[in-house]
Design a protein around this ligand. Structure first.
Ligand code: B1M
Length: 208
């Protein structure tokens, strides 16, 4: 599926209303959600990151694009989250401590809901104490998202914290994370993107 140029540009421009309008139009034209996300909206965010790295834009522009992306997700989210499952299994997801990026985390949460899981969203800047609160509510899959190389090391602390508890599985993901990193910290699973995150949760819950 080709990139939807207008949608891509609207995310880059941070034009919330246009993003919402174009997402609705694309859905009306039966363009699938995944191509919209993976061929247009996410690449636009990536482009903003690259421009930021080259100092062509600054934090406010990244933030404005992020808000436009979130506006699009408010339309796509409820559609993606429709599920038939009757007795949902619970998972908890949060972006790790000191990290405020939440778009990828939100996307993973939406896709998990769509796959029939009950998702406790712990938000951003998520400390071990917050994950523990979810464990107290009966969650045994903890999902850690990190977007910064400076915050991904917190994942190691979370994994170590649950090392002695075989019932708790920790799944990790986010732009600076790869399988090698996940293995090096001893995580129970790694998802490259939201789809893979759902697959790994399904594999783990199938064996529980
Ligand atoms: Co930030 N930022 N940012 N930022 N930002 C990055 C991450 C960066 C790569 C940009 C760059 O320099 N090229 C860079 C990090 C560099 C590094 O660490 N090596 C960076 C920086 C430096 C910073 C600040 C430090 C900037 C500053 O203040 N000087 C600052 C840090 C703030 C903080 O967190 N303490 C900062 C701030 C911000 C904004 C607030 C302005 C905004 C975030 C708004 C928000 O999230 N509500 C922002 C944005 C928007 C970005 C970029 C441009 C886009 C991120 C995004 O939403 N992508 C980003 C550049 C980039 O990523 N290329 C960048 C779309 C999203 C769908 O993708 O989150 O990767 P992503 O999620 C993917 C996968 O990673 C995966 O699934 C998703 C796709 O399906 N995934 C998981 C994610 N979590 C998962 C969990 C899983 C499994 C899969 O299982 C648990």
């Amino acid at each position: 599926m080709a990139r939807q140029e207008k949608l891509y540009q609207a995310v880059i421009d941070g034009n919330r209303e246009n993003v919402k309008k174009l997402v609705k139009q694309s859905l009306d034209q039966n363009i699938g959600i995944e191509p919209l996300l993976y061929d247009s909206m996410i690449p636009a965010m990536r482009e903003m990151g690259e421009r930021f790295s080259r100092s062509e834009i600054f934090v406010p522009q990244m933030l404005i694009s992020a808000r436009a992306m979130q506006a699009g997700l408010t339309i796509l989210g409820p559609i993606l989250a429709q599920s038939e499952r009757e007795a949902p299994l619970k998972v908890a997801i949060g972006t790790v401590k000191d990290d405020l990026h939440d778009i990828g985390k939100n996307l993973v949460a939406i896709m998990l809901k769509g796959a029939g899981y009950e998702v406790i969203d712990l938000g951003t800047n998520c400390s071990i104490e917050k994950y523990d609160e979810a464990v107290e509510q009966g969650v045994n899959i903890i999902m850690c998202s990190a977007l910064l190389t400076t915050t991904r090391d917190y994942i190691k602390k979370v994994v170590e914290h649950y090392n002695d508890n075989n019932a708790i599985k920790v799944i990790v993901g986010g732009a600076p994370i790869d399988q090698k990193f996940a293995d090096s910290v001893g995580a129970d699973g790694y998802g490259k993107d939201a789809n893979e995150a759902v697959k790994i949760v399904e594999q783990i819950t199938a064996t529980q």
